[in-house]
Design a protein. Structure first.
Length: 262
């Protein structure tokens, strides 16, 4: 039986792209298409190493390490919990998709040899899987558009400091009423780990009160914030030293920001 390596790598790349896109959609990671494609290519190129003789245990470890690298390339590394959840959903989606492909394979009466499905026409097999992959990916893109329209609490934002911009994954917290009592400007919160040092110039310390404590919040002026193509400029950026207990979120905005977008 002939095996066309270029076709196997192409199909593997498409599958990896669909898997990563599904994880991106389910967990609302808002990662870029470029990062998803790059991660898929990494997973595909590592197929070449499989021609080296390995024990089953070594192959298992190798595949697991590669999957972690792909996840970090696609979604970045924030902490162990964040990355572990990405890896878990990657394998869950893989099992679901694998079950679906097995079902299609049995329905079309294909015989299998490991990961390679064969029939009277190998091109028919690749054609069905390729068409299925493209269909699922298009469905993902459509679902992503619906998600952006309906899931109103998650936003991908750009915060501008003069000529530089900082991209953040923001969560709309309607209970966040923070504002500067002197200028009446709303305050958005950003975790200190993503606030670049060159943006930290001329800090403003704003008094705040919460249920548990009170004190001074370190804030900085920003030029504007951009959300869904609209901007707002009457706000301050507050630095949070506490973690936001929402997966993938590194910025908290409030309803005043959303109401003032132009």
């Amino acid at each position: 039986m002939k095996i066309y390596l270029d076709l196997v790598m192409l199909i593997n790349c498409i599958f990896d792209l669909i898997l990563l896109s599904s994880v991106n959609y389910i967990l609302r990671r808002n990662t870029s298409v470029i990062r998803l494609i790059t991660s898929s290519l990494i997973g595909t190129l590592t197929l070449l190493i499989l021609f080296i003789n390995m024990t089953n245990f070594e192959l298992l470890i190798y595949k697991f390490v590669v999957s972690i690298i792909m996840i970090i390339v696609a979604f970045g590394f924030k902490d162990i919990k964040y990355t572990s959840k990405n890896v878990l959903y990657f394998y869950l989606v893989s099992m679901l998709m694998g079950g679906g492909i097995y079902f299609l394979n049995s329905q079309f009466n294909y015989s299998s040899n490991g990961l390679i499905f064969t029939s009277k026409s190998l091109y028919n097999t690749y054609g069905v899987i390729l068409i299925l992959g493209i269909f699922l990916y298009l469905k993902y893109l459509k679902s992503l558009q619906v998600l952006k329209t309906n899931y109103s609490n998650y936003y991908k934002c750009k915060i501008y400091f003069n000529n530089s911009a900082l991209e953040v994954n923001a969560f709309l917290d309607t209970g966040n009423k923070l504002k500067d009592p002197y200028t009446d400007k709303s305050i958005i919160l950003i975790h200190e780990n993503i606030m670049l040092k060159n943006f930290k110039k001329n800090p403003i310390y704003v008094p705040y009160n919460s249920l548990n404590n009170h004190g001074l919040l370190e804030c900085y002026k920003a030029t504007k914030i951009e959300i869904d193509g609209k901007t707002f400029d009457k706000f301050l950026v507050g630095i949070s030293t506490e973690n936001f207990f929402i997966d993938g979120i590194n910025c908290i905005i409030n309803s005043k920001i959303m109401e003032g977008l132009k």
